[in-house]
Design a protein around this ligand. Structure first.
Ligand code: ZN
Length: 290
């Protein structure tokens, strides 16, 4: 029943998109320096065409920031006007092997730099353990699709390759455990250790953190406090816009599936679904100052 309602809602959104888009552009003037972050995960070869279409649309209609440009907005170092547009920063969570092909064959083609959030506890796993870790740790055992044979995790060499290509590596906890369910020592380890391990193995500063599962129930005040003591920027999975000099530790991110109807993806990218997470984003705000 819920799936059916969802399908109907999406169909209506797709049909209404041209109208919504027209009034959205007419009525909403973004604040200078505002930007959005897109959260992606595995991008398999079968979705490459959809991914190209998405990037071309983002480049044309929104513009895409480098991680350094996003950092400059968040620290207040640079707050450009953007001529009425709200550019996007691209991020990839979980460290899927497909991200390497994406970085080399797609992002490089368009000159885009992104942030890849990885769990260093999974970067030297033997191939035969990848499926078990992905299903248990990323999906908490609740996967409702058959597991694609080609789905794998990246290695330390892959991470090094991303760094050499000018991308940014962020920490996504040590082993993708839900921070809110952990005791003090485990929570500290899951948050602080990945930054230290990534920095010493890759030889680059690690300033970005994205907490696992991304929802408001995946984070709490003690965790955010530790994150704030170790990292400069922290991403959630809640929808919404990010304003300059604000939210560095409670950044909002849009998410979509590459096989959704393109009009529905456009609707999400416009921010039209931000209302859905509005109260949760407010709760995130109250967890920490900064
Ligand atoms: Zn994740």
């Amino acid at each position: 029943m819920h799936a059916k309602l969802n399908q109907i809602a999406r169909f209506c959104c797709v049909k209404l998109w041209p109208l919504v888009s027209f009034f959205h552009k007419l009525l909403i003037q973004p604040e200078p320096g505002a930007f959005r972050i897109l959260m992606l995960h595995d991008v398999p070869e079968s979705k490459a065409a959809n991914f190209h279409r998405l990037l071309q649309y983002l480049l044309e209609d929104y513009g895409i920031l480098t991680p350094q440009e996003a950092e400059a907005r968040l620290t207040g170092e640079s707050v450009p006007l953007d001529r009425g547009r709200v550019p996007y920063l691209l991020t990839f969570d979980d460290g899927f092997k497909s991200n390497i092909a994406v970085a080399r064959e797609v992002l490089e083609h368009y000159g885009i730099k992104s942030i890849f959030f990885v769990c260093p506890g999974f970067l030297d796993l033997p191939r035969e353990r990848h499926e078990e870790v992905i299903v248990d740790s990323f999906y908490e055992g609740k996967i409702d699709e058959s597991f694609p044979e080609e789905r794998r995790l990246m290695s330390w060499d892959d991470c090094q390759l991303l760094v050499q290509s000018g991308h940014t590596i962020g920490a996504h906890s040590l082993s993708h455990r839900r921070l809110t369910g952990l005791d003090g020592a485990d929570r500290f380890r899951e948050i602080v250790a990945p930054g230290q391990i990534l920095e010493s193995r890759l030889g680059v500063p690690v300033k970005w953190f994205a907490y696992p599962f991304g929802g408001i129930d995946g984070i709490d005040a003690p965790s955010l406090e530790i994150i704030g003591s170790r990292y400069s920027f922290c991403c959630s999975g809640l929808r919404g816009i990010n304003l300059p000099k604000k939210r560095a530790l409670k950044l909002l991110r849009e998410q979509l599936l590459l096989d959704m109807p393109f009009e529905y993806q456009q609707l999400i990218l416009s921010g039209a679904l931000d209302f859905y997470h509005y109260t949760r984003a407010k709760r995130l705000d109250r967890l920490i100052n900064g």
